[in-house]
Design a protein around this ligand. Structure first.
Ligand SMILES: [Zn+2]
Length: 251
């Protein structure tokens, strides 16, 4: 799939740079990408990741574009080793990947902020993680996106603050494994803002691990806007490549 892109070119060097400052801080038993004994992400998997850098790092949109889509930034294609790393982090308990993945996501968040004019001029931008479904929390025991978002905030400093303001209604299934129609039905009005006063009048960036159909982020955007958020941007770590043709963003 081609993604609608607005600005900035990048190459694998950025990915290597972003990763190199974060890996090797801990010495787990094996690479989360290929299971080789050694660091969290071995040199061979790092090289493969560099090849998965999105060719352009402006805002992207799924196809078809959800109504009111503000544009989303991402850093890597979700395929091969990047997908294995994210699954290892979320479902395999590999929290040693928090640093490397957070650096990739922080880079994406930075671009999401600059993509929206005048965002965060007066108050820190709220980073709002997409909530896990209650079933996923039961299964995993924690909330990987909240863990990741907190690390992103430590990387980006006082310009941002973490606001886990969204919650998922009970009975919502995990989005993984559902088709586009199923994802949209599953998420219709599924999210709500727990503390409306926390987001009212504030600039927010929704953060998630992977952009697929855009249904999850769109539902988060709807809930934040319904609660009175001022501007809502979107940033993900990885972008799924789809077979359908992409459309240009209507901007
Ligand atoms: Zn490896």
């Amino acid at each position: 799939m081609r993604w609608a892109v607005e600005t900035d070119l990048v190459d694998g060097a950025l990915i290597s740079r972003v990763l190199s400052s974060a890996v090797d801080l801990v010495l787990p038993l094996s690479c989360a990408g290929c299971s080789r004994p050694g660091p969290s992400i071995c040199p061979s998997c790092r090289a493969e990741l560099a090849g998965l850098a999105l060719p352009q790092l402006g805002t992207v949109a799924p196809s078809p574009i959800p109504p009111g889509w503000p544009g989303c930034t991402g850093t890597l294609r979700y395929a091969g080793v990047s997908a294995r790393l994210m699954k290892s982090f979320k479902d395999g308990g590999r929290r040693d990947l928090t640093g490397p993945l957070a650096r990739l996501l922080a880079d994406s968040v930075g671009r999401a902020v600059t993509a929206v004019p005048h965002m965060g001029l007066h108050q820190p931008i709220l980073l709002v993680p997409i909530p896990s479904s209650p079933a996923a929390v039961r299964l995993r025991g924690d909330r990987p996106m909240l863990v990741l978002t907190r690390r992103v905030a430590t990387i980006l400093g006082p310009a941002v603050a973490v606001a886990p303001a969204l919650s998922m209604a009970h009975g919502t299934a995990d989005q993984a494994g559902l088709d586009r129609a199923g994802r949209q039905t599953n998420l219709r009005s599924a999210m709500r803002v727990r503390q409306v006063e926390r987001v009212q009048g504030r600039d927010c960036v929704l953060v998630d691990d992977v952009l697929t159909s855009g249904a999850t982020l769109s539902e988060g955007q709807r809930a934040l806007q319904a609660a009175g958020a001022r501007r809502v941007g979107m940033a993900v770590c990885m972008v799924t490549q789809r077979r359908s043709a992409a459309l240009a963003l209507p901007l």
